[in-house]
Ligand binder design. Structure first.
Ligand code: 13P
Length: 219
């Protein structure tokens, strides 16, 4: 894909994440790896007004928030950059504020093995990262910890992050994550879930579903 293709793809997925009901307003952001750089949505611009040239470009080697483009990058550029840097298998990141993920994250709950599809996130749970103010290095550090051996996490009192080898893969995980969060939330309401055992999850992994982490091609 050319850089222009990727910029267009980012905008298309911003619109899709709101249409899919996993985000609202401009509360989410998306980044895609492009060689030694990262393309990332600009901060606070309604997605239906975004033009390809508005997508900010940042060096993966940078630390000071320097960017190229007419508009400043997402206020969450720090964790996007740190994930890309520390996880070479990640090609794209989708950050949203989905209702059920965020409800669980407000209750500071991780998502356990309530459904075998949890395997697509790399293990038998999706952790909730500790709270820190949005856009900070501390939030980024908490996110990296929660993402260890995982391709997604919740963010306490904030939202969710899903990663993938490309944008379609990360977007797929973002939708699956909110789906499982909704199912888990509903099970909590009707008496509590019966969780899968470690043995049952092992059988799921043995079939090849999510045997690894974000790098897997499990579409
Ligand atoms: P941006 O508009 O700066 O991307 O911020 C939205 C957000 O998700 C903050 O957590």
């Amino acid at each position: 894909m050319t850089e222009l293709d990727l910029r267009r793809e980012i905008i298309a997925h911003c619109l899709r994440m709101n249409a899919a009901g996993i985000n609202q307003g401009v509360s989410g952001n998306i980044s895609v790896r492009f060689g030694e750089r990262m393309l990332i949505t600009p901060t606070s611009i309604p997605y239906d007004r975004l033009l390809p040239e508005d997508i900010a470009s940042m060096s993966l080697a940078g630390n000071d928030g320097a960017f190229e483009g007419p508009k400043p990058p997402s206020s969450e550029w720090r964790f996007h950059l740190d994930i890309m840097r520390s996880r070479p298998e990640v090609g794209a990141i989708v950050h949203t504020h989905p209702t059920y993920c965020t409800s669980l994250a407000i209750a500071r709950r991780s998502i356990p093995a309530c459904h075998y599809m949890i395997a697509i996130f790399g293990g038998d749970d999706v952790r909730c990262a500790d709270y820190a103010t949005y856009g900070t290095e501390q939030l980024s550090a908490n996110v990296l910890k929660a993402l260890e051996d995982r391709s997604a996490c919740l963010l306490a009192n904030h939202g969710a992050i899903a990663t993938g080898y490309d944008l379609a893969n990360a977007f797929w995980r973002a939708v699956e994550l909110e789906t499982i969060a909704r199912q888990y939330f509903n099970a909590l309401l009707i008496g509590g879930p019966v969780l899968l055992t470690a043995e049952e999850m092992k059988d799921t992994f043995a079939k090849g579903l999510g045997s690894n982490y974000a790098g897997q091609r499990a579409r």
